[in-house]
Design a protein around this ligand. Structure first.
Ligand code: GN1
Ligand code: MG
Length: 328
């Protein structure tokens, strides 16, 4: 007897919970259009596992179960692949942080992962998606998409495009920070609250999941993505932007949770960028959603016509709120 139920709210892979006579698993239909070189993911995870076995022997990464050939991905045909993960008993995920404690615990878990990997030679890791969180690159993609988009999409996106251009000073800030010698670390790069497994009581983090983008990055890729996704009481699919707000206790909880692990690791330059972390990542997601809309919705899964534009508008509204806070 086998029961498969779709779970999760990912935009890239399709995820199911499988209940079999032998126990429960997570099965995932892998998106090879987005991750064109799955071997790089496996290389990074194995490299991380080797390092962790020395720096934190009790720590284990939640990697796929090997198939009969010992591989982590099983191809159905040239483009369709599946992988299987163990299902951790009693584990639960959430899409919105309900308490500052949850935000703290998740931020601590992601901070810990980077801390345990801080001795890594980042050159031993590969970028599984090139220039994934490079703000200058993403801004360039956005402008290019604008110039190549259909008249109809350009007209629809008019206000979002204007707003995005008005924040392009963040690209300069980003480039200046990088030029000053920001260290590359091993970052998770997708630190949304639904990418940690909580225990049944939703208070303790069991493990970070979704390790496809565990790769070299700047610290604010993780910290900023947490601020972006944990501070608002409504999730990133919300259409009514008036419901978005920056819950201060959650903002502080993310910061303190992350710094409880990374506080002694960050350099003075990194510390000086703490207030910018949320801005950079909220901006990059606004750019990415708008770019996908302009390109005809080919990257993020969508369920209705202008969903990527709605998503971009949400990020812009949040960006404005975060910006107001920084300039106080
Ligand atoms: C995508 O599939 P999911 O939801 O884990 C995206 C992230 C975005 C996120 C926005 C590989 O992640 O970068 O932050 O959507 N992943 C990829 O919700 O592009
Ligand atoms: Mg993901």
């Amino acid at each position: 007897m086998l029961a498969a139920t779709p779970i999760g709210s990912g935009h890239i892979h399709h995820t199911y919970k499988l209940v079999t006579g032998q126990g429960a698993y997570i099965a995932q239909q892998f998106n090879t259009r987005v991750f064109q070189h799955p071997d790089l993911i496996h290389h990074n995870l194995r490299t991380a596992q080797r390092l962790l076995s020395r720096s934190a022997p009790a720590y284990s990464l939640l990697v796929p179960l090997p198939n009969q050939q010992g591989e982590w991905l099983t191809y159905e045909d040239a483009t369709q692949g599946w992988r299987l993960f163990p299902f951790l008993d009693g584990s639960r995920t959430i899409d919105v942080a309900d308490t500052p404690h949850q935000a703290f615990a998740a931020a601590q878990a992601f901070g810990r992962l980077t801390k345990y990997l801080r001795k890594a030679d980042v050159a031993h890791f590969q970028e599984t998606i090139p220039r994934f969180h490079d703000l200058a690159f993403r801004y360039g993609q956005f402008e290019q998409a604008f110039h190549q988009a259909s008249h109809e999409r350009v007209a629809q996106a008019h206000r979002v495009v204007e707003a995005l251009r008005s924040f392009s000073f963040l690209v300069t800030d980003y480039e200046q920070a990088v030029a000053k010698g920001l260290p590359l670390r091993i970052t998770h790069n997708d630190t949304k609250i639904n990418n940690v497994l909580f225990d049944e009581s939703l208070t303790r983090v069991l493990a970070p999941i979704d390790l496809d983008t565990l790769m070299p990055g700047y610290f604010f890729y993780d910290l900023g993505d947490m601020l972006r996704t944990y501070v608002s009481p409504v999730g990133e699919e919300e259409k009514d932007v008036t419901l978005i707000s920056v819950r201060q206790p959650f903002y502080q909880a993310v910061l303190h949770g992350y710094l409880s692990e990374m506080g002694d690791v960050l350099t003075p330059l990194e510390r000086s960028l703490l207030p910018k972390a949320g801005l950079f990542m909220t901006y990059i997601m606004a750019l990415r959603f708008a770019t996908d809309f302009l390109q005809g919705d080919t990257y993020f899964h969508t369920h209705y016509a202008d969903q990527n534009l709605v998503r971009a508008a949400y990020q812009i509204a949040l960006l404005r709120l975060l910006q107001r806070q920084v300039s106080w």
